[in-house]
Design a protein. Structure first.
Length: 255
């Protein structure tokens, strides 16, 4: 686990408060793709359980796994009864039980690429579904975006996590769809986008940035400076674009 992957624990409460939840359209999209009843799901890197709630409320028996104990403690405060929680990184999961659905909410890039897909397939029932979803939160107004970029430039060139396989931003198929397509373990790879626009106060937007790993790894004094500068260029409320890119795939039965 990198420092970045474990930098979230101290921020669990902020993460819960400032990160947007997931819309019901996401649940509907994954269920429509599955095209059969899904009874059990395994969640990888559940964080504070934003996605856990969505799938558990949909009547699925969810096992939520998360390596960070602070995140897991926060998750346990918010999830409906019936959710099983386990402190474990993806790499610690031993195939035993299989699930109708395995999903990762903005967490797949923290998993080890070595053996990722055969390990994933081993956790799925035959014909089971894998889903990964997430996406950067961006300021909708280009002028505000440019002002923020200038304000933080001395500290950070970008605050986004690059695609692990180097897929260019403009490619029709984004990561991890690119890897899934090449994998003999998966078939019927699909990419979908759920468009979202949200409005929040400048303070809440800063709260959100305080949960973004690129800022979390800065020394405390620099964090304070960069947030002060960003606050200085923000209007009172900001509109953000929080589109979700969703990748779905089915476990292949003849690899």
């Amino acid at each position: 686990m990198s420092d970045r992957a474990l930098s979230f624990g101290a921020r669990a409460a902020a993460y819960e408060r400032f990160r947007p939840g997931y819309p019901v359209e996401l649940f509907d999209l994954v269920m429509a793709y599955a095209a059969r009843p899904v009874r059990t799901a395994l969640e990888i890197g559940a964080g504070t359980g934003k996605a856990t709630r969505l799938f558990a409320r949909g009547g699925i028996t969810v096992t939520a796994t998360e390596p960070d104990p602070a995140m897991l403690a926060e998750l346990r405060e918010h999830v409906p009864p019936g959710v099983t929680t386990r402190q474990a990184a993806f790499e610690d999961l031993r195939p035993g039980q299989t699930y109708g659905l395995v999903y990762a909410a903005a967490s797949l890039h923290w998993t080890d690429p070595e053996g990722r897909w055969p390990r994933m397939a081993a956790l799925l029932e035959p014909g089971g579904v894998f889903a990964s979803f997430g996406g950067p939160i961006r300021l909708s107004d280009p002028a505000v975006g440019a002002a923020v970029e200038a304000a933080r430039s001395e500290f950070l060139a970008t605050d986004e996590v690059p695609p692990p396989d180097g897929t260019p931003a403009g490619s029709a198929m984004q990561w991890p769809g690119t890897e899934l397509r090449r994998s003999p373990w998966f078939t019927e790879v699909r990419q979908s986008v759920i468009e979202r626009r949200l409005t929040m106060s400048a303070r809440d937007y800063l709260g959100h940035l305080s949960t973004v790993s690129a800022y979390l790894v800065l020394p405390a004094a620099e964090q304070e400076q960069v947030f002060g500068r960003i606050l200085g260029v923000l209007p009172e409320t900001v509109e953000i674009t929080a589109d979700l890119t969703v990748h779905t795939a089915r476990r292949s039965d003849h690899h």
